[in-house]
Design a protein. Structure first.
Ligand SMILES: Nc1nc2c(ncn2[C@@H]2O[C@H](COP(=O)(O)OP(=O)(O)OP(=O)(O)O)[C@@H](O)[C@H]2O)c(=O)[nH]1
Ligand SMILES: [Mg+2]
Length: 284
């Protein structure tokens, strides 16, 4: 593992040697093809039955001293999460929502959010869960990470990171999933299943979220695999992940099987790489 210091007051855990590579679009005029005129970040929060969590979470996010907007992607939650957000959005223009007709899965929720983020010209795009497992206090360090790399990951599995209130079964499942994905796909990040991320918009423009096949939780693994193989720089910053206090988990046995199938499918897929011409020399 390589630790780079001096870029940030936080230790920067870089995913293997990826920090030495630079994507052709890195350094291009930010937002050159976009409509936003000032730097703005968007936090995308997919929700399904998070009515108890969503209002305090958004409040915590918007309290941060960052030019941050929030986009909730709700799948017609039976508990009225969408209506809670509608009311918040009516009172604060920094809050937006995409209503989808039914539970369509986490992967397509991210895609819908990414497409809106690109359409509106946001510079950096954060993804996070609604259940406070991803504490908003880590957002500044995640965003800061993407001053120097293309994808920042809030990681449980680098020194300083961890999980709280998880039983042995859940810990083993998460560790096992990471080991499986890292071994079969050669992923260099230590937390490949983390949903707490910050992408530079260039990454999403190049990767095209609509082309990702996985539709559930394994979307995160496929996205990371694509980002790494496209030559983008990836780094991790430690987070302590806390199990949800309110509401119910949506992870099912089905999702676990689907995630394993996604890893196997990708292991037998030739990674698409970005055209080499114009690829600038490495950063160091
Ligand atoms: N829009 C949308 N959001 C979803 C869907 N499934 C899960 N989510 C949201 O995705 C986030 C992650 O889901 P969780 O159930 O917390 O899953 P998890 O964090 O991996 O599992 P736990 O650790 O048990 O909480 C939460 O904000 C959910 O509300 C879905 O089908 N559609
Ligand atoms: Mg959760």
């Amino acid at each position: 593992m390589l630790e780079c210091q001096g870029w940030s007051p936080q230790p920067l855990w870089l995913a293997g040697t990826l920090c030495l590579r630079q994507h052709p679009t890195f350094g291009a005029e930010p937002g050159a093809t976009c409509t936003a005129s000032i730097l703005q970040y968007l936090a995308i929060i997919p929700t399904y039955n998070e009515a108890e969590n969503i209002a305090p979470l958004i409040e915590n996010i918007l309290r941060l001293d960052l030019p941050l907007h929030v986009l909730v992607v709700d799948d017609n939650s039976p508990d009225g999460t969408g209506q809670v957000v509608d009311e918040l959005a009516a009172a604060d223009s920094r809050i937006d929502i995409i209503h989808r007709p039914r539970k369509l899965g986490l992967g397509t929720a991210y895609t819908a959010g990414f497409l809106r983020a690109l359409d509106r010209g946001y510079e950096r795009v954060i993804t996070m869960d609604a259940d406070f497992s991803h504490n908003p206090r880590y957002i500044p360090s995640l965003v800061e990470l993407t001053d120097t790399v293309d994808l920042g990951i809030g990681s449980r599995y680098v020194p300083g990171g961890g999980v709280r209130l998880w039983g042995i079964h859940r810990r083993a499942l998460s560790r096992g999933a990471n080991l499986f994905a890292r071994t079969l796909l050669g992923l260099q990040a230590h937390d490949c299943t983390a949903g707490f991320r910050c992408y530079r918009a260039e990454v999403l423009r190049v990767i095209d979220p609509q082309s990702i096949h996985a539709d559930g939780y394994s979307y995160l693994i496929e996205m990371l695999w694509r980002v790494q193989n496209a030559g983008f720089a990836i780094a991790e910053t430690p987070i302590v992940f806390t199990d949800r206090r309110r509401g119910a988990s949506k992870i099912s046995q089905d999702e676990i099987v689907k995630a394993a199938a996604t890893v196997l499918r990708l292991a037998f897929t030739r990674p698409q790489t970005v055209p080499a011409p114009g690829n600038p020399p490495s950063r160091s």
